[in-house]
Design a protein around this ligand. Structure first.
Ligand code: HEC
Ligand code: HEC
Length: 146
């Protein structure tokens, strides 16, 4: 199976799947979102230790783009991208369009709790550097819906 490379099945993935019963609290026991809670958390707020980002509150088009990018193999395929390889393996489980759509609507409907800050940085030069990004992500950093 393409999405279950030896590398992806090692480490965090096995760890995550082993824990899935213990930490999953999604309302529907059969929900495809159960796969996701092991790494992204029951609240979708991510897990910095294993490099799983916050996904709660992401807009539908963005989640769909990312899952499709993993499936298409242009995200998570690089030999040094262990985090991406883990997620690519999981995207492979969402082969049915119906499941993908269920997961997407579940995620985009989750309440988005602001994540704790995990980086130290200097805001002043950061604000200047952000000017490059503002054209697409907006001056208020809220992005633009596709
Ligand atoms: C084994 C752990 C694991 C599981 C289970 C998992 N993910 Fe991920 N996910 C990750 C990691 C690690 C990344 C970061 C990949 C990267 O750095 O490119 C990620 C990234 C993502 C992203 C991209 C976020 C962004 O900011 O671009 C989305 C969307 C996503 N996951 C959705 C899901 C969904 C939906 C499920 C359940 C069907 C799921 N994930 C299950 C580990 C996991
Ligand atoms: C030309 C337009 C453009 C510019 C300029 C740009 N971005 Fe982006 N950025 C995008 C698009 C489009 C996406 C979504 C890509 C996708 O769908 O996979 C994105 C995605 C991202 C993400 C992932 C968001 C998430 O929720 O996971 C981050 C982080 C990001 N950009 C940071 C930056 C930073 C920092 C800069 C400036 C240094 C910047 N971008 C400049 C267009 C841009």
């Amino acid at each position: 199976m393409r999405y279950f490379s030896k590398r992806a099945l090692s480490g965090h993935l096995l760890w995550g799947l082993a824990l899935s019963c213990a930490v999953s609290t999604a309302d529907d026991a059969n929900s495809p979102y159960l796969y996701c809670t092991t790494c992204h958390g029951a609240d979708g707020n991510g897990n910095v230790i294993i490099g799983a980002p916050k996904i709660s509150g992401m807009q539908e088009w963005y989640v769909r783009n990312q899952v499709q990018s993993f499936l298409a193999g242009w995200r998570g395929d690089h030999v040094d991208d262990d985090a991406g390889a883990e997620m690519q393996a999981i995207a492979g489980l969402l082969s049915r369009e119906e499941e993908l759509e269920q997961v997407i609507s579940y995620i985009s409907g989750m309440m988005s709790v602001p994540a704790d800050s995990t980086v130290d940085g200097d805001v002043v030069p950061g604000r200047v550097l952000y000017q490059t990004c503002a054209a697409c992500h907006g001056l208020k950093r809220r992005g633009f819906v596709q």
